[in-house]
Design a protein around this ligand. Structure first.
Ligand SMILES: *[C@@H]1O[C@H](CO)[C@@H](O)[C@H](O)[C@H]1NC(C)=O
Ligand SMILES: *[C@@H]1O[C@H](CO)[C@@H](O)[C@H](O)[C@H]1NC(C)=O
Ligand SMILES: *[C@@H]1O[C@H](CO)[C@@H](O)[C@H](O)[C@H]1NC(C)=O
Ligand SMILES: *[C@@H]1O[C@H](CO)[C@@H](O)[C@H](O)[C@H]1NC(C)=O
Ligand SMILES: *[C@@H]1O[C@H](CO)[C@@H](O)[C@H](O)[C@H]1NC(C)=O
Length: 286
């Protein structure tokens, strides 16, 4: 009985598999399947070039592509053509209210007179306003049209610095961390507790942001040699950037007990310096 059952299993499996493979066998409709291959998102840096890939995949060599069109939303959100490729006439770049400089666009693979399958579009010298959802549209005969969308994101890596400043009002020391020119804006946090005052302003390049975070410190005697670190997170960083806050040495002399007298054989004075990084050299003068 056990033998019979175990030998029946492979058959059952096989017939299940054949059922499955039957349903996978390409039907006539499948050979006419047309798929567009395009990434959902493309990220590139401000000023760099971006490549928006869009390829038509089909097993059927009879599919005729009659026109390729790239669209992006106009200011009202309506999709409007920015780049068109005609199989015989080649490329054209209609004026678009959100894309006034079509000289920055190029079809990198399509050639007039050659079977049109690859609509990949290059966008040169990226600007912040190029960030949009682009639609690649293939009109085909006789199987109708297909489209695919790609979100082009334009990024900029920020420059960061951290230092100790004095609050002009309270005259208390403030740890100040500035992340300049990020797109999207960087996010700043601190290794120490407290409630930082974080603000955002426009960055040096259009479409970039400068983020400033101020952390009021207790009088410096209490922070002494503690490491204060500003942590900057940005999507262009593999991991957060940590910046030690460098503050100038705060120097004091201790040891004088108010009871020195002339002829005293010796007296000790200490030079106490608190800074980050720690002081490396001391010099006494009188
Ligand atoms: C962008 O593309 C243009 C034209 O192909 C090329 O000259 C330029 O070097 C590219 N820029 C970058 C940053 O790759
Ligand atoms: C693009 O589309 C995605 C989701 O489909 C949306 O989250 C995003 O905000 C859009 N981007 C722009 C620039 O409109
Ligand atoms: C945060 O800093 C800004 C600019 O320095 C200042 O105008 C604002 O009053 C501060 N807010 C708080 C809650 O301290
Ligand atoms: C500050 O941080 C450095 C490196 O992380 C560490 O070597 C040093 O001991 C720290 N100093 C203090 C006072 O915590
Ligand atoms: C000064 O410091 C030295 C070395 O630490 C010590 O031997 C000496 O007793 C100190 N003198 C006074 C007056 O504190």
């Amino acid at each position: 009985m056990a033998r019979a059952a175990s030998s029946a299993w492979p058959h059952l499996l096989l017939s299940l598999l054949s059922l499955l493979s039957l349903s996978w066998t390409p039907t006539r409709a499948d050979t006419e399947t047309i798929v567009l291959q395009a990434p959902h998102q493309v990220r590139s840096f401000l000023g760099n070039n971006a490549t928006l890939q869009c390829k038509l995949q089909t097993q059927n060599s009879n599919v005729q592509v009659t026109l390729v069109t790239w669209m992006r939303p106009d200011p009202t959100g309506r999709p409007v053509s920015i780049a068109v490729f005609h199989p015989t006439q080649g490329p054209s770049f209609p004026a678009h209210p959100s894309f006034p400089d079509p000289g920055r666009l190029e079809f990198v693979a399509a050639r007039p007179g050659v079977e049109l399958r690859d609509a990949t579009l290059a966008v040169r010298e990226l600007r912040a306003e190029d960030e949009a959802n682009y639609t690649c549209h293939f009109a085909t005969f006789p199987h109708g049209s297909r489209s695919a969308g790609t979100w082009l994101r334009v990024l900029a890596q920020p420059q960061n610095k951290a230092e100790i400043k004095e609050d002009p009002l309270s005259q208390e020391p403030v740890a100040c961390c500035v992340s300049t020119g990020g797109r999207p804006p960087a996010s700043i946090s601190w290794s120490l507790g407290g409630e930082p005052n974080t603000s955002q302003a426009v960055g040096p390049l259009p479409g970039t942001f400068t983020v400033t975070s101020l952390l009021t410190l207790k009088p410096s005697s209490q922070i002494n040699l503690k490491n204060i670190t500003c942590i900057v997170k940005h999507e262009t960083y593999e991991k957060p950037v940590t910046l030690p806050v460098h503050y100038p040495p705060e120097v004091s002399i201790s040891g004088y007990d108010g009871n020195w007298y002339l002829g005293q054989s010796e007296a000790n004075l200490s030079c106490d310096a608190y800074s980050n990084p720690e002081p490396t050299a001391y010099e006494w003068t009188t």
